[in-house]
Ligand binder design. Structure first.
Ligand SMILES: [Zn+2]
Length: 125
């Protein structure tokens, strides 16, 4: 193997590493966790980076199908009477929410891992 080859391989690795770090930094701005709340109680949380499908058991025997795909979350199906939650646009930024009033379901995006904190409204970070 020639010296030039090693330099080439090395620079490719560095570029890949920088890309990875840059991706993480950009990604963090978009929020990192999907929090599912039913009637004020946190029921589940998922990393926004992993594609997931989850059936939310809401109030009044309601169900909402939460889909996390390509770094954003949306409600694909629901058996609520108004279906407003299904019509909402997908969310991916911190503070954005999906709401199903009949089922008392709130899906929100948080930049911090909810399992690390006991307080929902903690200011410290
Ligand atoms: Zn709904």
């Amino acid at each position: 193997m020639k010296k030039n080859d090693l330099i080439l391989i090395g620079s490719v690795l560095v570029a890949a590493l920088l890309f990875f770090i840059g991706y993480r930094v950009i990604y963090h701005k978009d929020g990192s966790y999907v929090i599912v709340t039913v009637d004020g109680m946190q029921k589940a949380s998922f990393p926004l980076s992993e594609d997931t499908t989850y059936t939310i058991k809401g109030a009044n025997h309601g169900t909402n199908l939460l889909v996390i795909k390509n770094g954003s979350a949306l409600i694909r199906e629901a058996n609520c009477p108004d279906n407003l939650c299904v019509k909402q646009k997908s969310i991916k930024k911190e503070g954005e929410t999906l709401v199903c009033l009949p089922h008392k379901v709130i899906v929100s995006i948080s930049s911090s891992d909810p399992s690390d904190h006991s307080e929902l409204d903690g200011v410290a970070n």
